[in-house]
Design a protein around this ligand. Structure first.
Ligand code: NAD
Ligand code: IPM
Ligand code: MN
Length: 353
């Protein structure tokens, strides 16, 4: 029995996740035994109970569930984003979900905003380091003022880059490391060293390092040239939303936060919970509560969950159903259409039944 924890969170998180949940019911019809449990964690829960994510809940998620399906966090009533840090960033970091995997394969030509580029031209995947950099959540305040730390460790970099090299090798596509080692001598100098040391182990992979600023320009001008893109946590976050735009916008982009099998920190004892699946977008306070958010990113994240579980036929069916609905013109406001979140959810799932 596969057990999935569902954390809808804030803003449009619950709205889009509601449209993804019927797919967890549908997959049982393929003989895939699964059950899911709903968790209330988010801004409202924090404001009413004082709990962001207790240690008890964290351990429950870690030890009693195989994966987490997540909506979004972020709420103006918690201006310091404390609950988002304690829930999402902590789960990524403490579950050792080293890889934030964010694929970008646009489904329709009209979704691609780049002149002269069609959907079939673009197949990219971001491998974003997911636990460190400025996201290490460490800092201190002294009489002189506050200091914020950014951390890069060889273990995290090696885990991320090995996964990225392996993926580029199996897809037979180029691997590009986004970095700023020209100025960030220590942190990104370490990334460059690990990258150079790993290159000989993957002779079949055409691998290059590019300055991240120049890479962003090249991604817009010649996206066809890129395959797997590896980046640290912060740069990977920025590239994520650029690549969401290539797919047609924030409403369509899906992501997976994944543990790596050979993570030395786990010393051969992996946690039961090895993945967290979520749309790339956030809680979208500007449209929350209106019932107009696009649930496609959330639904496509369920496809990534199924692929992680080895249920590739289910993943393909979900992706196929989404693509078919988009081709037939199903669209929420972000895609220029008039469908509500619920209507869009129904349309995106229609091909499954
Ligand atoms: P956002 O991704 O929430 O929204 C950016 C823009 O995209 C907005 O105009 C929004 O309306 C639009 N958009 C996003 N998702 C959409 C969807 N499914 N359908 C249609 N339109 C959609 O980013 P933001 O506005 O910078 O951040 C809002 C809050 O979300 C902040 O608190 C931020 O910290 C948080 N956030 C959370 C996550 C996460 O939980 N993984 C990710 C990003 C941002
Ligand atoms: C994302 C988001 C998060 C991040 C925020 C909500 C902490 O932007 O998942 O990309 O910066 O990682
Ligand atoms: Mn982001």
């Amino acid at each position: 029995m596969v057990r999935i924890a569902v954390i809808p969170g804030d803003g449009i998180g619950p709205e889009v996740l509601t449209e993804a949940l019927p797919i967890l019911e549908w997959v049982r019809s393929l003989g895939r035994e699964t059950e899911w449990a709903l968790f209330p964690h988010g801004a409202a829960h924090y404001l009413s109970t004082g709990e962001t994510l207790s240690t008890e809940t964290f351990i429950h998620l870690r030890d009693n569930f195989d994966s987490i399906l997540f909506g979004a966090v972020g709420d103006a009533r918690v201006p310091d984003g404390r609950h988002a840090e304690d829930i999402l960033l902590r789960l990524r970091k403490e579950l050792l979900l080293r890889v934030n995997y964010r694929p970008c394969s646009p489904m329709l030509d009209k979704h691609v905003p780049l002149k002269g580029i069609s959907a079939a031209d673009i197949h990219m995947e971001i491998f974003r380091e997911n636990t460190e950099g400025p996201y290490c959540l460490q800092g201190e305040t002294t009489e002189q003022g506050a200091t914020d730390f950014s951390i890069h460790t060889e273990i995290a970099i090696s885990c991320l880059l090995r996964a990225a090299f392996q993926r580029a090798e199996s897809l037979r596509v180029p691997l590009t490391l986004a970095h700023k080692a020209n100025v960030l001598k220590y942190g990104h100098g370490l990334w460059m060293r690990v990258f150079r040391e790993m290159q000989p182990a993957f002779p079949g992979v055409q691998s290059n390092a590019m300055h991240a600023d120049a890479l962003l320009c090249a991604l817009v001008q010649r996206p066809v040239d890129f395959g797997v893109i590896a980046a640290d946590n912060f740069i990977g976050d920025l590239i994520s939303d650029l690549l969401a735009a290539f797919q047609g916008g924030m409403g369509l982009a899906a992501s997976a936060n994944l543990a790596v099998a050979d993570d030395p920190t786990l010393m051969g004892n992996p946690f039961r919970c090895s993945g967290l699946f979520e749309p790339v977008h956030g809680s979208a306070p500007d449209i929350a509560g209106q019932g107009i958010a696009n649930p496609a990113g959330s639904i496509l994240s369920v496809a990534l969950l199924f692929r992680h579980l080895g249920w590739s036929e289910a993943a393909q069916a979900v992706e196929g159903s989404v693509k078919q609905a988009l081709e037939e013109g199903a669209a929420t406001a972000d895609l220029g259409g008039v469908l509500s979140t619920r209507e869009m959810g129904r349309a995106l799932r229609a091909g499954l039944y």
